[in-house]
Write a protein that binds this ligand. Structure first.
Ligand SMILES: *Cc1c(COP(=O)(O)O)cnc(C)c1O
Length: 423
């Protein structure tokens, strides 16, 4: 696949195999990648040359079905829509999951438009504006309080109203999710209320007349290590049960976060769920015994949608500079920041890539794939061994269904923005 040609693979195997990390969601017909039952070339024609994302609903269906089969049946599965807020995707996920998690007023509007029961929506995120909070109170969703200021603002908004808003406290735990792509808890953090002062915060919420339904404990994202997730679940339930004992009223709701990762880079393997869910079942049984009737929520974004999506751009130029071959495309970091390595990666690595209309070919070459931006950061693949591509060919990046379109700076250099297809 790249300069990192793993030592086990021989040149002949390199030749006969598509050069990408484990992904087996999309069939190949006549040497052309298919998504949603359609050749990627057909979608490219429909996009009229514009780069695009395509998300395959069947891959999402399969992922959720497999996950549900393994997860404890008492777990309510939520979709965190910031991973991919395309309305068609959110509509689809609303039908597959038990609830939606939003992090802005606009995401809330997208979630409500699916027709889902507002009681199954939770609204997290630090620094919610008064407008955000007003929208959340009006809709009747669960507001995840990230600070004491937010608690006071919600109480002020609710003053004189007959219904008290349902709130949960986001706990900044006293532990970290190890080996997490992005740590979101433990130590000093802008997220949530420090575990040490949550007892005080719960008492305050009760005094303010808020309907405190429970807690939200989210410790990290993009984790591929079962041992780390097991430890996080153990500590999450331990902390939640400890805090529940100090709550002014019995908890009815506990969101244990998510953090399941997907493999992006050479050497990464899909998350092994079996040990994680086995441990989780024990924790869930124990929690339900101690807190009868509590609703246990797991929220996942990336894990549910990342593998269902591809990003496609077109080779617009090909050149050799001092012995190195470059494919210059009409897509780049302005469309897909994560693939360029600039969205939380410490060391840049290549996403899995293929030439969509030329999956296999006799002739291969090592190429560096760049975009049209005037910056060396605009890199989509570095020294990758791929079928020899020509101008007009389609460069496809896999694992692109999460944190792609909306996590990228479309305005940078003012090129056309990509399209999105839900297939
Ligand atoms: C971002 C976020 C998620 C989703 O994380 P993934 O890694 O995409 O599963 C879930 N919950 C909260 C609070 C988040 O901020």
């Amino acid at each position: 696949m790249t300069d990192q040609q793993d030592s086990q693979s021989t040149p002949t195997r390199e030749r006969s195999r598509p050069q990408h990390a484990p992904q087996n969601h999309f069939p190949v017909v006549n040497n052309c990648l298919q998504i949603g039952g359609r050749p990627v070339t057909e979608l490219a024609a429909e996009a009229d040359g514009r780069p695009f994302y395509a998300y395959d609903r069947r891959v999402m269906d399969k992922r959720v079905a497999q996950l549900r089969q393994q997860l404890p049946s008492q777990i309510h599965l939520h979709y965190a829509i910031k991973a991919n807020p395309m309305p068609a995707v959110v509509q689809h996920m609303a039908g597959l999951t038990d609830g939606l998690d939003v992090a802005s007023a606009a995401e809330l509007a997208t979630a409500l438009a699916t027709g889902i029961d507002p009681a199954e929506i939770s609204f997290a995120g630090p620094g919610k504006s008064l407008e955000d909070l007003q929208a959340a109170v009006s809709a009747g969703v669960i507001i995840i309080l990230e600070s004491m200021t937010e608690m006071q603002r919600v109480a002020d908004l609710a003053a004189g109203k007959s219904v008290s808003p349902r709130v949960a406290i986001r706990v900044n735990p006293d532990f970290e999710l190890k080996a997490s792509g992005m740590k979101m808890g433990g130590g000093p953090k802008p997220f949530g209320i420090d575990a040490e002062i949550v007892p005080e915060a719960m008492a305050r919420a009760a005094a303010l007349g808020l309907d405190l339904v429970g807690l939200h404990i989210f410790s990290g994202s993009q984790n591929l290590r079962p041992d780390a997730l097991i430890e996080a679940h153990d500590k999450t339930f331990e902390l939640a049960l400890r805090l529940a004992a100090q709550a002014p009223r019995a908890f009815r709701w506990l969101n244990i976060g998510g953090g399941f990762g997907v493999p992006y880079f050479p050497g990464e393997e899909p998350l092994e769920l079996a040990p994680v869910v086995e441990n989780l079942q024990r924790r869930v049984d124990d929690a339900l015994q101690q807190l009868p009737g509590i609703e246990l929520v797991m929220e996942l974004g990336r894990y549910l949608v990342a593998e269902a999506g591809i990003y496609v751009c077109t080779v617009s130029d090909k050149k050799v500079s001092r012995g190195q071959t470059f494919l210059i495309t009409n897509g780049g970091l302005h469309h897909h920041l994560a693939a360029s390595g600039n969205f939380g990666q410490v060391v840049r690595k290549n996403y899995p890539v293929c030439i969509g209309n030329r999956i296999a070919s006799e002739q291969q070459e090592t190429v560096t794939i760049v975009g049209p931006l005037c910056t060396p950061l605009d890199l989509l693949g570095e020294r990758m061994l791929l079928p020899a591509a020509e101008i007009g060919d389609l460069v496809v990046l896999f694992q692109s269904g999460a944190y792609g379109y909306t996590a990228s700076p479309h305005l940078f250099l003012s090129h056309p923005e990509p399209l999105e297809f839900f297939v």
